[in-house]
Each structure stands twice: as C-alpha cells, then as structure tokens.
Design a protein around this ligand. Structure first.
Ligand SMILES: [Zn+2]
Length: 250
C-alpha cells in the first residue's frame, strides 16, 4: 500500500515536469496512428510514454548503443495500448532488451529444436526483447497493420492470467468463454483459408497458434482498426472491450 502511494507520488512529480519538445516530435514520426488520435488522446499517450520511459528498464545487447529516441519508439507505441486504462504502465515487464538485428531463438517442433530468426520475444515474468531494425517505422514489421512492439507487449498482457496462450484475462466468466470460442473459430477459419490457398486479411503468422493470433490481431486493432472491423467485426468488438478503447478515427 505504502509502495503504491509512493509510486503514485513519484509519477505525479514526473508528469508535472515538462517533456523535451523532441519527444512529441518522435511520437508524430514513429506512432503511425498518431494523426487519427484526438489532441486529448495524443497528450494522454505522451504522458503514459513519459512514465514508461522513466520506469521501465532498458538494456542494449551486444554492445549496441541505445538512444533516447529508440527507447521512445518502444514506449510511445506501447503507450498506444494503454490509452483505455489508467494507472498501469506494464509494471510486470522486468526489462526491455534491444539488439541491433533479428536474432535466433530455439523453437521446438515435436522432437526437433530449430533456431528461427525473430524480431521480438516476450517471456512470462521476464523481459521483452526487440530487434531495433524491425522496430523502425517503415520496416516490414511496421507496415500493413503490423507492429512488432504492440505484438510483444500483447504477449505480455496475454500472460497476465498466468499463461501466454491467447486466452486473455476478462472480468467475467461469460466474456472469457465468448473470447475463447471466438478465438478458436477465427483461428480455424484462418487456417482453413490458408490451406485452401486463399489470401486472408490477417498476416498468415496469426495462424501459428492461439497466442500468436491474439498478438497479431492486437497489432491490426491499433494499426488498422477500420480494416479489422470490416473483416473481423466480432473480434474488433471484443478487443475494444479488452483494451477499453476504440481506436477508430473519431
Ligand atoms: Zn509472437
């Protein structure tokens, strides 16, 4: 309790301090939905990113030199996901590690362990890792509804119920059942489309598993909300409830 009060007091002091002007500029440059946010939402995003910037621990891997702009790219995109909530700043993320390029991660396929190239990764109760080249605006994972930063923070949110399996936390059992049923139906629909050689709206990576499906649709939800609503209206509606936010232009 005392710790929470101290934390709120410290955040209040931090938010009372003026932000350097270039931080606002960086958000305009690196948060793609920036122009469709209202002035009030933009300010809220900046304040949330400012807290994340000071409270989350960043580490560079392999001698990489981190700049404030790189950290702000991560914080401002993560802050987009918190526009509907108050007093939550990804407190459970132990640290954010950044390496210059994509990295190899071991992945088990039955009895075989393969090493696959990854742009990001998130661990339950652990850090989030990003490859800087994939976080930059204009990189393939920051185009056409994709956003690797949102993707990995979505995995983190997915893990808040104890498991990163796509079955996210809901306030009621009814909503939880509704989500699990929809997720299974949408995932099967996507896999069927891909097997039939059709081109789906969502990136095929979403078909990998329930966890990846949730992370990928979270990217589209913030990056291309109108497209997601047109193609997957039920998903869009439930996600507005999960994120307590409607990202469509007002
Ligand atoms: Zn993923």
């Amino acid at each position: 309790m005392l710790f929470r009060i101290w934390k709120q007091w410290r955040r209040g002091r931090l938010l009372a301090r003026a932000r350097p002007e270039q931080f606002d500029l960086w958000s305009e440059m690196h948060v793609r939905p920036w122009t469709r946010l209202s002035a009030e939402q933009q300010e809220r995003l900046q304040r949330t990113a400012w807290v994340l910037f000071h409270e989350r621990r960043f580490e560079a891997i392999r001698g990489f030199e981190l700049t404030d702009e790189m950290k702000w790219v991560v914080c401002s995109n993560a802050a987009l996901m918190l526009l509907g909530v108050t007093d939550y700043y990804f407190d459970g993320v132990v640290s954010i590690l950044i390496q210059p390029e994509a990295f190899l991660l071991p992945q088990r396929d039955r009895w075989i362990v393969k090493h696959v190239s990854s742009a990001g990764a998130a661990w339950q109760h652990g850090p989030i890792v990003f490859s800087w080249s994939d976080c930059q605006t204009g990189s393939p994972l920051r185009r056409h509804g994709r956003n690797v930063i949102i993707h990995e923070f979505a995995h983190h949110l997915d893990g808040l119920d104890g498991e990163m399996g796509g079955s996210i936390h809901w306030p009621t059992a009814e909503l939880s059942e509704q989500w699990d049923e929809l997720l299974a139906r949408e995932l099967t629909g996507l896999q069927t489309k891909l097997n039939a050689g059709q081109r789906p709206f969502l990136d095929p990576y979403a078909a990998t598993s329930s966890a990846e499906f949730f992370a990928v649709v979270s990217e589209y939800f913030f990056e291309d909300p109108v497209g997601l609503q047109n193609h997957h209206p039920e998903l869009f509606e439930l996600l507005t409830m999960f994120y307590h936010f409607d990202p469509r232009p007002s």
